[in-house]
Design a protein around this ligand. Structure first.
Ligand code: C6P
Length: 397
């Protein structure tokens, strides 16, 4: 497959420079197949699912449910009803935090998170009333597992950590984190927003209890995400939102809830986006996750090696096991200035705290510049990025 030609958005110029899109950790671009799935859905299939007694509704329902099975296979979940569609990682974690804590959290109970969590894996637990205990990490961006073991006590209710840090790129040792949590009889949620498009995810292999991710970071549409949960736990926790579809019977005195996964899918879902997610999975499977990882890893090392040679370059996050994310600063210059100058040369990166303010506090910095690669990026684009950095670095020192 000619990967590049699948992404029409990439062949444009900005400020008279070819666009070099290196903001893939924020969102990936969409291949033609995903775009066509969305337009075809609205041209030929649009209808409300699980309800209508007509042809279109039946077709849309069948396709929506077939994507659930596709996701089940993609992450190797045991049952298709363990796959809940949400609007994205943020909603998935809010769902678990709210429902799990309603069922299991008592006053003064604790949730263990890591110091490198996205705000989406911090704030929902705080909203649910938990006290947070935090796993520290080294200057390279590696979690301190000994410190982690010492955070458990009789008040620990759940652990919530990311698989990959969006700011540091670190791939965390999820299997080990799961084993340690389970040795303490504590369940564990994994935020997979930054792993799902880069490395193989097998939820049974990992042994985690919840796994959350977004479609838009894996070549799919915005507005759709997944919350995987182990059947036993999903049966134990209450619904998140009330409304249509999530009920069995409603009276003014008592409501009973639908079976899994519908108990957690209140209201009309984003059907077209779910179908688009199915297309995105097909796109990834056609290339193969190993090939995706190999391409991105090559770009990561090719870029990092050349960046090292630039005066004033400071890397934030140098763990040995990383995905294709490079966070950096040039001397004492503000990340926003670097990002703005790169933008004027056609290079799209993200600047700021990346919704991980505790990481910035840990390093005593205002933010970073972040370049992140996807499977459609090329060495030629890295060359343009490096040339741009070489041009702007002297202006900032
Ligand atoms: N990180 C970034 O530029 P949503 O917005 O719901 O799709 O994903 C939230 C989220 C949760 N966890 C991690 C590790 C993430 O990286 C993100 C989203 C984007 O890094 C936008 S802030």
């Amino acid at each position: 497959m000619d990967i590049r030609s699948q992404f029409p958005i990439l062949s444009q110029s900005v400020y008279k420079h070819p666009l070099v899109y290196l903001d893939n950790a924020a969102t990936t671009q969409k291949p033609v197949s995903v775009i066509e799935t969305l337009t075809e859905y609205y041209k030929t299939l649009n209808s409300n699912i699980h309800r209508g007694a007509h042809y279109l509704a039946a077709q849309a329902t069948e396709q929506y449910e077939s994507v659930r099975r596709q996701v089940q296979k993609f992450i190797n979940a045991r049952h298709h009803h363990e796959i809940v569609f949400t609007r994205g990682t943020t909603e998935s974690i809010n769902l678990v935090a709210s429902s799990f804590c309603k069922r299991f959290l008592k006053e003064d109970d604790e949730v263990i998170v890591s110091g490198m969590e996205h705000h989406s894996d911090i704030v929902p637990w705080q909203l649910a009333g938990a006290r947070l205990r935090v796993i520290p990490f080294s200057d390279e961006g590696v979690l301190d597992l000994e410190a982690y073991k010492n955070l458990f006590n009789e008040k620990t209710r759940i652990v919530a950590v990311n698989h990959v840090s969006n700011t540091l790129g670190t791939i965390n040792p999820v299997k080990e984190l799961v084993e340690i949590a389970h040795a303490h009889n504590v369940p564990i949620l994994i935020d997979g927003a930054q792993s799902i498009s880069h490395i193989k995810v097998d939820v049974q292999e990992l042994g985690c209890d919840f796994y959350c991710f977004s479609g838009h970071k894996m070549y799919g549409p915005m507005g759709v995400g997944v919350m995987y949960g182990r059947e036993e736990l999903l049966n134990e926790i209450p619904p998140y939102q009330g409304g249509g579809e999530m009920i069995k019977d409603v009276t003014f005195d008592l409501t009973t809830y639908n079976e899994l996964p519908f108990k957690f899918e209140a209201g009309t879902p984003s059907v077209g986006d779910v179908l688009g997610l199915g297309s995105a999975i097909r796109f990834m499977e056609e290339i193969g996750i190993e090939q995706i990882h190999a391409t991105e890893d090559d770009l990561l090392h090719y870029a990092a090696e050349q960046m090292k040679e630039i005066d004033g370059m400071r890397f934030i996050g140098t763990a040995p096991n990383k995905t294709s994310v490079i966070s950096f600063l040039i001397g004492e210059s503000h990340p926003y200035d670097v990002g703005t100058l790169l933008d004027k040369l056609g290079i799209a990166v993200r600047t700021g705290h990346h919704c991980t303010q505790p990481i910035m506090e840990r390093f005593g910095i205002p933010g970073t510049v972040r370049a992140s690669f996807a499977v459609y990026n090329t060495r030629e684009e890295v060359d343009l990025f490096i040339n741009a950095l070489k041009r702007i670095a002297p202006m900032l020192m």
